[in-house]
Design a binder for this molecule. Structure first.
Ligand code: IFM
Length: 462
């Protein structure tokens, strides 16, 4: 399964990695002083996660991390992106720090360094301490302050050994899936609350960058799941719907982070939900727009957008995602097990368009996630033949290389994910790993895609 003729070639020094996140793999949810997070609460509420799955045990990575680091070493990656569980470090969200939580990440980092792998740490991959949600969560500014305090604690312990830091992972999901669509923790369906959450996440990012700089970290950045939104037809109405989708998915983050302004299309996107808002303060844009060492981008698929009426016709009940567009299934494309269309060219286009829009204000990019959930075939001898995932990775790495060739400064690529894991509201039914996890035995089996990625990385060094 090595097909070296198909390997794209990347410049010397390009970083290849693999990514995971704390709640999705660690388990040990009540061990060594970890406090409850919003995902513990959400996954334990009946009917919210498929099959009643929770992250209580997950991949048991908390106990098996040496085996997982050995898999990374064998894979030959330069870097491993993991996330730190805030409720392990500050179990109540504020107040006493839990030394056993810090110890766990120090041991993981040491294991990685001993294996010759650079750690890349994400500070927030959605597991907010429940105690902070009980005080308003991301709807309130106080959470951004607590985030900065937690960041200072973690960076104070690990800055000397972790070169690359990511403040937030995909704040779009935290703000909109969490506080508007209600399909992620904490499961809220709000209008202004979700917009306030989006803003406070950005303020938290800015405050965390300050804390990371004070600790002397080498690289600080943020990871966004930017979307390539395509109009369903050439009609003016569908093109206007794309503007609203772009605002809500992309511009709400990239404009403050990279251009020092709020999107000029926010009123036509959110109407009365955004007018007269009181959560923005003088100085916020300067805080949010501090220079970054890199921008992390997670890319999976394009979104086809059509004009549509408000999902909630009553203005008093509208959420922040009821804004007059609908996603349309893309005809003719293969769809993954998530029912996401596979369109590698969109990956190139997204990156090139970003460069065109922001020019020199665009920092170097790391692709901090890319991968696919597939219906893996397990053969009687235990091997896992995931041909569709191999094709997905090959085609997306080729598309990424095309973006580099077009002049986009991309420095690294992390496959999502090292392990099959807890796919949020979909539970364990969706498998993104290049290593299969048997959840009954916790046995790890590298899939064909693992072997393909390993050979691809090795071929760069020939
Ligand atoms: O599993 C998630 C991850 O936590 C964030 N980015 C998208 C992945 C696949 O849905």
């Amino acid at each position: 399964m090595t097909e070296s003729r198909a390997f794209p070639r990347f410049p010397a020094g390009f970083v290849f990695g693999a990514a995971t996140a704390s709640y999705q793999i660690e388990g040990a949810a009540r061990e060594d002083g970890r406090g409850p997070s919003i995902w513990d609460t959400y996954s334990h509420a009946p009917g919210l996660v498929a099959n009643g799955d929770t992250g209580d045990i997950a991949c048991d990575h908390y106990h098996r991390y040496p085996e997982d680091v050995a898999l990374l070493r064998e894979l030959g990656v330069d870097s491993y992106r993991f996330s730190i569980a805030w409720p392990r470090i500050v179990p109540d969200g504020s107040g006493p720090v839990n030394p056993k939580g810090l110890d766990f990440y120090a041991r993981l980092v040491d294991e990685l360094l001993a294996a010759g792998i650079e750690p890349a740490a994400t500070l927030y991959h959605w597991d907010l301490p429940q105690a902070l949600e009980d005080r308003g969560g991301w709807r309130v500014r106080e959470t951004a302050e607590r985030f900065a305090e937690y960041t200072a604690v973690v960076a104070g312990h690990l800055a000397d050994r972790v070169p690359r830091w990511i403040t937030l992972n995909e704040p779009w999901c935290s703000a909109f899936l969490g506080y508007s669509v209600g399909r992620h923790a904490p499961g809220a369906r709000e209008g202004r609350g979700a917009l306030a959450a989006a803003h406070h996440l950005l303020v938290g990012h800015g405050r965390a960058v300050e804390a990371l700089r004070a600790a002397g970290v080498r690289e600080a950045g943020i990871t966004l799941n930017l979307d390539r939104n395509l109009p369903a037809t050439g009609s003016a109405a569908d093109r206007a719907a794309v503007v609203r989708a772009d605002t809500q998915h992309n511009l709400v983050w990239t404009e403050p982070l990279l251009a020092g302004r709020y999107p000029h299309t926010e009123e036509e996107t959110w109407g009365e939900l955004i007018t007269g808002q009181d959560f923005r303060r003088d100085g916020d844009l300067a805080l949010i727009g501090q220079p970054l060492d890199f921008l992390g981008i997670n890319y999976y698929r394009p979104i086809v957008v059509a004009d549509a009426p408000h999902r909630e016709p009553d203005p008093a009940l509208r959420t922040a995602t009821d804004n007059r567009y609908a996603e349309v299934r893309l005809a003719g494309a293969r769809h993954t097990a998530m029912d996401w269309p596979v369109v590698p060219d969109s990956f190139t286009d997204l990156l090139v368009a970003l460069k065109e829009r922001y020019g020199d204000a665009l920092p170097p990019i790391h692709i901090t996630e890319n991968g696919s959930a597939e219906h893996d075939e397990v053969s009687p001898d235990g091997a896992v033949h995931d041909r569709d995932r191999v094709a997905y990775l090959r085609d997306h790495l080729t598309a990424l290389k095309a973006a580099l060739d077009a002049g986009v400064d991309v420095r690294g690529y992390y496959v999502w994910s090292l392990l099959d894991n807890f796919e949020w509201a979909f539970g364990y039914g969706k498998r993104f790993g290049i290593v299969r996890v048997d959840y009954d035995t916790q046995r790890r089996t590298p899939k064909d895609s693992y072997h393909w990625y390993r050979a691809m990385i090795a071929a760069q060094r020939d």
